[in-house]
Design a protein around this ligand. Structure first.
Ligand code: JFZ
Length: 432
C-alpha cells in the first residue's frame, strides 16, 4: 500500500524515548477490560449475528426497538474491573452494526432513541474514571448500517454479487462516510474528557487507509487527544508513525512482537468464551487458571492483555463472567506485583521448565511463575550470583537456595556449574 509521503506533523517525529514516556502508564498497566456491548446483546448469539445470519436492516430493527438495559449500572462494572486488577477499559462506542451507544448528533441510530433513552457512554466513563481506571474507546470503521458506507465483497454482508454490489452502491458516497467518522470521533474525543486509548477496527482486503482516509483520521485523533494510544488497524502499518500498539486478536504470539526487528508495544485481546458480544449459549468458557496463565504468558512476552466482557441486553455482566473476574481478582490480590510494571526477563536468565518469567526492571525483581509445581527442587540456569533472596509471592515466606558444587551431596553428572537450586515445599501452597 502506498502512503502519502508529505511532511509529518510533530507527533509523527516523536522519538522512541518520547513514545515510551507517553505510553508508560499503559506498559505498566498490563491488564485491561474490553467491553463489547450493543444491539447484538439482544439476540445474544454473537456480535456478528447480523452478518452471519444475513439479517436485513428492517428485521434487525427489532433489536433496536427492544434495547432496554434496565439493570445497567456502570458503577458495578467498574467495581468488577477494579476488583479483577484491570487498569484500563475499552468500550465499543460503535461496533460493525453501526449503532452508537452515545448521544451522537450525526445519527438517530443511537441509544438515546431506543427504550434505553439516554447516553450510555457518559456514565460509564465517569464510573470507571472514578475507580482510577483509564478510558479507552473502540470505534468500528466498518459500518453495516450507514447509507454511505460503500459495499465491497465482504461488507456489509449483502448483496453478494459484483453487479448487485455496483447497483447497490449507486447513491453511496464513501467520502460522506469518512466525514461521518470524523464527526463521530470528534464527539468522542471532545465530549468525554481525556481519552487514553482508541481502538479502531478494522482494515481488510476490501478497505484500507484510502477508504478510511486514515492519515487525516489519525491527524484529527492526535490533534484532539495528543496523548492517546492508538492501535494498528487503520492500515498505516507500513509506517512507524501510524500506530502505537500491535493488536493480535484471540492469538498468543510465540514471542514479543517485532516490527523490522524491533520489539514493539503489543496487546492481545481475548474472550472468555469465543464471542465478544454476549452469547448466551456458548459453552467454551475458559477457566480461571487458564485466564491467569494467559495473563502471565502475555506479560512474560512483554505484552498487555485486554480481556473481554460482553454485558447482557439488560445491562449486567453474566454470572459466568463475574465468577472469572472474581477468580482473577483473588489471584491478583496476592500476585499483581508480578504483573504491573513487569515485562520479559533479560535473555541471560534461562526460563526454567514449566515456568514463565516476568521481570520488573525498575525494582529489579524477578518473578518465577510455576505453572506446574515441581518436586522440591527448581533448577535455575543463568541465575547464579544475580539474586540475594528468594521468597514465595503469595505469603512472602523465604525460600532457601543453594548452588551445587562438584563436592556437594547433590552433585550429579548433569548438574551445571552455574545452576542455582530453589528448595520448594513438597506441597504446593494453597493458592491458584
Ligand atoms: C474484530 C471484530 O470484527 C470483532 O467483532 C471484535 O470486535 C474484535 C475485537 O475485532 O475482529 C477482528 C479484527 C482484526 C482481526 C481479526 C478479527 N485481525 O486483524 O486478524
Amino acid at each position: 500500500s502506498e502512503i502519502n509521503a508529505q511532511e509529518r506533523p510533530a507527533w509523527a517525529k516523536e522519538t522512541k524515548e518520547q513514545k515510551e514516556k507517553r505510553m508508560k502508564w499503559w506498559t505498566d498497566a498490563r491488564f485491561g477490560m474490553f467491553i463489547h456491548w450493543g444491539l447484538y446483546a439482544v439476540p445474544a448469539r454473537h456480535e456478528w449475528v447480523k452478518y452471519y445470519e444475513r439479517i436485513p436492516d428492517k428485521e434487525y430493527e427489532k433489536y433496536f426497538n427492544l434495547f432496554d438495559p434496565d439493570l445497567y449500572n456502570p458503577k458495578q462494572w467498574a467495581a468488577k474491573a477494579k476488583e479483577a486488577g484491570m487498569k484500563y477499559f475499552v468500550i465499543t462506542t460503535k461496533h460493525h452494526e453501526g449503532f452508537s451507544l452515545w448521544d451522537t448528533k450525526y445519527s438517530d441510530y443511537k441509544a438515546t432513541k431506543t427504550p434505553a433513552g439516554r447516553d450510555l457512554i457518559k456514565p460509564m466513563v465517569e464510573a470507571f474514571r472514578a475507580e482510577g481506571i483509564k478510558v479507552g474507546f473502540y470505534y468500528s470503521l466498518i459500518d453495516w448500517h450507514h447509507p454511505d458506507f460503500e459495499i465491497d465483497a465482504s461488507h456489509p454482508p449483502t448483496p453478494q454479487g459484483k453487479d448487485e454490489r455496483e447497483a447497490a452502491n449507486k447513491g453511496r458516497d464513501q467520502k460522506k462516510y469518512q466525514a461521518y467518522m470524523k464527526n463521530q470521533l470528534t464527539e468522542l474525543l471532545t465530549q468525554f474528557g481525556p481519552i487514553d486509548v482508541l481502538f479502531t477496527d478494522f482494515s481488510y482486503d476490501g478497505k484500507g487507509h484510502k477508504e478510511w482516509d486514515s492519515e487525516n483520521l489519525l491527524k484529527l485523533i492526535r490533534k484532539l487527544q495528543p496523548n492517546i494510544i492508538v492501535n494498528d488497524r487503520l492500515d498505516l502499518n507500513d509506517t512507524d508513525w501510524g500506530w502505537d500498539i500491535k493488536t493480535p486478536e484471540q492469538f498468543m504470539p510465540r514471542e514479543w512482537l517485532t516490527v523490522k526487528g524491533e520489539k514493539v508495544p503489543w496487546e492481545t485481546c481475548q474472550t472468555f468464551s469465543g464471542s465478544w458480544g454476549y452469547h448466551r449459549d456458548e459453552n467454551s468458557w475458559k477457566s480461571v487458571p487458564q485466564l491467569i496463565a494467559m495473563l502471565i504468558e502475555t506479560v512474560s512476552k512483554g505484552g498487555n492483555l485486554l480481556l473481554n466482557v460482553g454485558p447482557t441486553a439488560r445491562g449486567e455482566f453474566d454470572e459466568r463472567a463475574n465468577e472469572r473476574l472474581e477468580g482473577i481478582g483473588a489471584w491478583m490480590k496476592q500476585h499483581s506485583r508480578s504483573i504491573y510494571g513487569c515485562t520479559q526477563a533479560p535473555d541471560s536468565f534461562k526460563v526454567p521448565q514449566n515456568c514463565f518469567l516476568t521481570y520488573n526492571p525498575e525494582k529489579k525483581r524477578m518473578y518465577i511463575h510455576l505453572m506446574q509445581w515441581p518436586f522440591k527442587s527448581l533448577h535455575l540456569e543463568g541465575f547464579k550470583g544475580k539474586f540475594k533472596y528468594a521468597q514465595l509471592l503469595n505469603d512472602g515466606s523465604e525460600i532457601k537456595f543453594y548452588s551445587p558444587t562438584k563436592e556437594g551431596s547433590h552433585t550429579t553428572e548433569t548438574t551445571k556449574d552455574g545452576d542455582v537450586i530453589l528448595n520448594l515445599p513438597v506441597q504446593k501452597p494453597n493458592v491458584e
